[in-house]
Ligand binder design. Structure first.
Ligand SMILES: *[C@@H]1O[C@H](CO)[C@@H](O)[C@H](O)[C@H]1NC(C)=O
Ligand SMILES: *[C@@H]1O[C@H](CO)[C@@H](O)[C@H](O)[C@H]1NC(C)=O
Ligand SMILES: *[C@@H]1O[C@H](CO)[C@@H](O)[C@H](O)[C@H]1NC(C)=O
Ligand SMILES: *[C@@H]1O[C@H](CO)[C@@H](O)[C@H](O)[C@H]1NC(C)=O
Length: 432
């Protein structure tokens, strides 16, 4: 075999799609929806706080708003229950049952209601003896619980990993995946297998991708910039391991969007939205959609950012440079385009300028490219070249987000070369 052919084959292997995904036809692009945990946690006191307690009312009201106020049209589809929904006792047949006081209609009726709004319902359970908040776990009941959720017509299961022997995590997550499949109903399967395994060993992402539609890797998100930053840093420092496992059918899950709550400035909210799109992350909002400020709503419904998130190529982006307290993150998009996010990590002073030609992915602008700025505001920047003098102004803890479309006269030959370059670069991304 010639050296050139060898090289070509090697590069093709790097570019080949991720390993086999769980074959349930779901999550071909990152999941979009709403999940109660970060904002509403385990508030079960419906006497004192009827509007914010974990009850069927909360999900019905969220579904109403999602259907009425543009969320569904923007792509947000799943209304998801987290921990604290069940009764502390299983029923006489050993099945989970919803808390009768807080869910008087039961989960099946709630699913019917959510479906009547054109949306889908997600539920929560746990691999181990108990859920994290101490409700009944599914250990020993995987088939029963999978069948119960299918009978209730539930569309998504978030399966937590509390109170479980870590050496059985893989077996347990795989068993539940099979149990869900056996019901014959496609149920989106959201796992936390790697999150619970990382303290002991490096998780097997090939197996995880075969088993789950998305998987949490790192700590729960909090409503703070330090939390969002820690998730970005963890992701970048493990990107060589986790990025290749993402693709249609299975995604890395950096946890919920906390946009529209209390802890992030508007610039920081823009950073979370931009970077979650670059990371091909599930977009599961945890906020109060009944009472959200118009700017946060507009950001969460920004169709240009959502188009990056949902790009059909299905490749996760990664950090490509860290220089002068800027971070550059890039995501390959369909039609040879590239999304570029420039994050200003300097939390003192005012807006700072970043010369875009220094972004590693800018080489797709040879000989020319067409640039659209999406954040901080939409602006068509027109045709640029490798020598572009364009300087982005980025606020402290804010992000500038662009899409870059190469323009080339001999397009066919070039397009291949550019993506090979990007794949090779990814291999060395941790040298940063
Ligand atoms: C179950 O798995 C098989 C084989 O992977 C797949 O073809 C089928 O669509 C799956 N069914 C459901 C309901 O997920
Ligand atoms: C997984 O299923 C296998 C085969 O039925 C069983 O032997 C094993 O105990 C199960 N493990 C867990 C953690 O459920
Ligand atoms: C990881 O999982 C895959 C798929 O289940 C398996 O083929 C492979 O042997 C596993 N790798 C290791 C190192 O255990
Ligand atoms: C550049 O992109 C904008 C926005 O999509 C489009 O309107 C414009 O026609 C493009 N220009 C070129 C030269 O491709």
């Amino acid at each position: 075999m010639s050296a050139a052919l060898c090289l070509l084959l090697g590069l093709t292997a790097l570019m080949s799609p991720a390993a086999e995904a769980l074959d349930n036809g779901l999550a071909l692009t990152p999941t979009m929806g709403w999940l109660h945990w970060e904002r509403f946690m385990c508030n079960v006191d419906c006497d004192k706080e009827p509007d914010t307690c974990i009850s069927e009312r909360l999900y019905m009201q969220m579904a109403d708003v999602m259907a009425k106020e543009g969320w569904k049209e923007a792509g947000y589809e799943y209304v998801c229950i987290d921990d604290c929904w069940p009764s502390h006792q299983r029923d006489a047949q050993g099945r989970l049952q919803a808390d009768p006081k807080r869910f008087p209609g039961g989960i099946k009726k709630l699913a019917d209601y959510v479906h009547s709004k054109g949306l889908k319902l997600g539920i929560y359970a746990d691999l181990g003896k108990n859920t994290c908040a101490g409700y009944p776990g599914s250990l020993g009941y995987y088939e029963t619980d999978a069948q119960t959720f299918a009978d209730w017509d539930v569309d998504l299961l978030k399966f937590d990993g509390c109170y479980m022997d870590w050496t059985l995590l893989g077996e347990g997550y795989m068993n539940m995946s099979k149990a869900l499949n056996k019901t014959g109903k496609s149920i989106l399967y959201s796992c936390e297998w790697p999150l619970y395994e990382w303290p002991f060993k490096q998780p097997n992402y090939t197996a995880i991708r075969e088993t789950c539609n998305h998987w949490r890797n790192f700590a729960d998100v909090y409503d703070s910039w330090s939390s969002v930053k820690s998730i970005l840093e963890w992701t970048a420092s493990h990107q060589d391991i986790i990025v290749p496992s993402a693709g249609p059918g299975g995604w890395n899950d950096p946890d919920m969007l906390v946009i529209g709550n209390f802890g992030l400035s508007h610039d920081q909210q823009e950073s979370q939205m931009a970077l979650w799109a670059i990371m091909a992350a599930p977009l599961l909002m945890s906020n109060d959609l009944r009472d959200i400020c118009p700017r946060s709503k507009e950001l969460l419904q920004n169709r240009h950012i959502i188009a990056i998130s949902q790009d059909p190529l299905g490749k996760q982006g990664y950090r490509t440079a860290k220089v002068d307290s800027f971070e550059v993150w890039e995501r390959p998009l369909s039609k040879n385009r590239l999304a570029v996010a420039v994050l200003n990590m300097q939390e003192i002073g005012g807006p700072r300028g970043f010369a875009i030609r220094t972004a590693p992915g800018w080489k797709i602008c040879d000989p020319r490219c067409n640039v659209t700025q999406i954040l901080p505001q939409y602006k068509e920047m027109g045709v640029q070249t490798p020598q572009s003098q364009m300087v982005l102004s980025v606020n402290p803890s804010g992000t500038a987000l662009l899409t870059v479309t190469p323009i080339s006269s001999d397009f066919k030959g070039r397009q291949k070369l550019h993506w090979q370059d990007t794949s090779v670069k990814r291999k060395h991304a941790t040298i940063l």
